[in-house]
Design a protein around this ligand. Structure first.
Ligand code: SF4
Length: 228
């Protein structure tokens, strides 16, 4: 298991390399929540197209998303992939927002973190990563977002074991770091950038700022495998 010093070193290396990333790329909290649902199992470039289409049709608002026919909505968000499922998930979320908080993201964000997290996890189609993205980036709550890149990077550097699940990984960050929204925001953004730029299925360690952490599992830092 990684130590507090490992995470601090990791943050320093990544922050020094990438600088401030100013996440999440959205204009307002509701757009963050919509993006968090649309980004499930797809690249962000596809999400951007779907959000642009929603904006162009005046649909990026809770009431508009609630009123539109599900099939029509699926057609609009088609670029995001899994559009039928995601249309249902978006409407489940806006139903939750409407029924619990009158469609008001600020009212929703006024809930205490553990209460709101439990409620979000009860919404159909919202899992831990989506819930935590909404909580951190749309509501400004200090919860750490863990994604597939987080797991892969920690695993490759021997900071977690093979069977570490979302909860265990999140506990590690939240136990070892101060509950600071700005820090959690930037740290997750740095990890995603690292995953996209270097720590892909075939890791490209030579130019990666985390090569200094050493001990890349199964291979030496600096050695590049062929892509598969
Ligand atoms: S050094 Fe290699 S294994 Fe470590 S994060 Fe970078 S690309 Fe991934």
């Amino acid at each position: 298991m990684g130590s507090r010093a490992d995470l601090a070193r990791m943050y320093a290396l990544l922050d020094g390399h990438f600088g401030a990333l100013h996440w999440w790329p959205a204009e307002e909290p509701f757009e963050v929540a919509v993006g968090a649902i649309l980004t499930q199992n797809t690249a962000w470039t596809n999400v951007e197209k779907a959000i642009a289409a929603l904006k162009a049709k005046g649909l990026l608002a809770p009431e508009a998303l609630f009123r539109i026919d599900t099939q029509q909505l699926a057609g609009v968000i088609r670029p995001a992939g899994y559009f039928n499922v995601k249309a249902e998930r978006l409407q489940s979320f806006v139903r939750f927002l409407r029924e619990g908080y009158g469609g008001d993201m600020e009212r929703m964000a006024a809930e205490p973190l553990p209460v709101l997290r439990d409620k979000l996890l009860g919404v159909r189609g919202i899992g831990p990563e989506t819930a935590d993205s909404i909580l951190l980036y749309a509501c400004g709550k200090p919860t750490f977002v863990c994604d597939a890149y987080t797991r892969r990077i920690l695993l490759r550097h021997g900071m977690i074991g093979d069977h570490a699940d979302y909860r265990l990984i999140q506990e590690m960050f939240m136990r070892d770091l101060a509950p600071d929204v700005a820090l959690f925001n930037q740290f997750h953004a740095l990890i995603v950038n690292t995953g996209k730029a270097f720590c892909r299925t075939a890791p490209n360690c030579a130019p990666c700022p985390l090569r200094e952490l050493g001990a890349v599992r199964g291979r030496r830092p600096g050695q590049r495998r062929d892509s598969r």
